[in-house]
Design a protein around this ligand. Structure first.
Ligand SMILES: NC(=O)C1=CN([C@@H]2O[C@H](COP(=O)(O)OP(=O)(O)OC[C@H]3O[C@@H](n4cnc5c(N)ncnc54)[C@H](OP(=O)(O)O)[C@@H]3O)[C@@H](O)[C@H]2O)C=CC1
Ligand SMILES: CC(=O)[C@@H](O)[C@H](O)COP(=O)(O)O
Ligand SMILES: [Mn+2]
Length: 409
């Protein structure tokens, strides 16, 4: 028990060296009586992970491979830190499922997060989902696993966390227990639609001609949020809003027709829920991920997050626009996938990861990201995957098609 009579949560942070990982540790540090860091994980930033181990003394730390594990062990031995070092996907799954773990922050970027996040779900953990790609690529099977295991799935993505906060009490638990794909039960709860807000990214006001020559540095310069490179590029193409559209369909058992994307350049309203009586509930706050992280970590209670008060007088003005689907075809492609069989979203996600990676390495122009995705979607037939192995196979095939197309450009 902690000081306040609250049972201490043992937390595994998957992706602790990333942007969400760092914000999570910042919130956790403010409440040592509530949270204990059980395990931390990184991919390549071994020295950063070593510093985190020196600060939080987790039971386990996980890195990508054996060589990195040996390097980390050496640093920790010199610093007299008694953390056990594991490596690879097996290590990630172990720290996501250990009996002592109450809560798993799923903050690895991309498809690499699928296995450990699902492992946490299968073990019935409280899963704080930042890794939207895992839900996009395996939506139906992921949500089935949540229902079967009794895991508590809480949204970290700021928009989904905002929607969650604006839903009627208990409705989220009900929506999670709905079984079939997008069995929209929103209407039975008096909800007319979900309004998913997005900033429009750094190129909201750029012309198509200007977009031809934008650089990775410009694409990663988000106007409101400080995030990792992959999601920053996704925001710049508005694929982030497309992935979030699919994420919201699965998470809230909503049909694509129930969700409207609204461009809101200030990122002060983080999303809204419209009810049949005309009421629209919104969640507002400064654009700082420590708010949704603190909300989910302490749910159903509230704790201080370190985020300053929203100065509504300084904000003064809130703007709204419809998205421009000609300038941002990635959003259109993702919305189309939401209406197709689930494998389409798996293919979309895989092709997007390949294309974004190529763009970040200056191997692909910004405007060709959507071409890679459109081509890959046209080459792989839509199916309803029956297992995670089938999802992984579709993901691999899509990556191959996207790479071959890239090489031909
Ligand atoms: N950043 C944000 O504000 C938001 C992020 N999200 C989502 O959260 C997730 C994380 O985003 P973000 O924190 O920005 O990303 P970052 O790139 O900042 O961090 C990613 C983390 O994942 C680790 N990682 C990367 N590749 C692998 C791999 N193959 N195996 C194991 N670990 C890996 C990284 O390790 P290392 O540091 O060693 O490379 C790092 O710890 C994404 O899915 C994103 O869409 C959602 C909403 C907001
Ligand atoms: C903070 C967060 O949740 C991001 O997903 C954010 O929404 C990205 O900004 P865009 O709204 O520009 O995609
Ligand atoms: Mn978001």
């Amino acid at each position: 028990m902690g000081k306040e009579g609250v049972k201490k949560q043992f937390v595994t942070v998957l992706g602790s060296t990333g942007s969400i990982g760092l914000s999570t540790l910042d919130v956790i540090s403010r409440h040592p009586e509530r949270f204990h860091v059980y395990a931390l994980t990184a991919n390549t930033k071994v020295e950063a992970l070593a510093r985190q181990c020196q600060q939080y003394h987790p039971t386990f730390a996980v890195v990508a491979d054996e060589k990195s594990a040996v390097f980390l062990q050496q640093i920790l031995a010199k610093a007299d830190v008694n953390t056990e070092v594991l490596w690879g996907v097996q290590g990630l799954c172990q720290v996501a499922t250990e009996d002592q773990v109450d809560t798993v922050m799923a903050a690895i970027v991309g498809a690499a997060g699928l296995e450990p996040t699902l492992a946490a779900v299968y073990s019935g953990k409280k899963v704080l989902l930042a890794n939207k790609e895992s839900l996009v690529m395996a939506g139906a099977l992921f949500m089935e696993a949540v229902q079967d295991s009794g895991a508590v799935l809480l949204p970290i993505d700021s928009e989904h966390n905002a929607i969650f906060q604006c839903l009627p009490q208990n409705s989220y638990t009900e929506s999670i227990s709905a079984s079939a794909k997008y069995t929209s039960n929103l209407r039975t709860q008096g909800i007319r639609k979900l309004l998913l807000t997005g900033s429009g990214g750094p190129f909201r006001q750029s012309s198509l001609e200007q977009l031809q020559s934008v650089t990775p540095e410009q694409a990663c310069n988000h106007p409101n949020w400080s995030m990792g490179p992959k999601i920053s590029v996704d925001s710049a193409t508005m694929m982030n809003k497309g992935l979030e559209f699919i994420e919201a369909c699965w998470m809230f058992s909503a049909s694509p027709a129930d969700i409207e994307v609204v461009v809101h350049p200030q990122s002060v309203i983080h999303s809204m829920v419209e009810y049949v009586d005309g009421s629209v509930l919104a969640q507002l706050g400064n654009p700082d991920m420590r708010t949704p992280i603190a909300h989910a970590l302490s749910w159903p209670e509230r704790v201080e997050s370190g985020v300053s008060s929203l100065d509504i007088f300084q904000v003064a003005k809130l703007d709204f626009e419809a998205p421009d689907l000609d300038k941002f075809p990635c959003l259109r492609l993702a919305q189309e996938c939401a209406d197709r069989l689930p494998s389409a979203a798996t293919v979309l996600n895989a092709a997007n990861e390949v294309a974004v990676d190529a763009f970040l390495q200056n191997r692909l122009p910004f405007l060709s990201i959507s071409s890679v995705i459109e081509h890959t979607l046209s080459k792989i037939e839509d199916v309803e995957p029956q297992s995670i192995d089938e999802v992984k196979d579709i993901d691999q095939r899509a990556r191959h098609v996207a790479e071959v197309f890239l090489a031909s450009q």
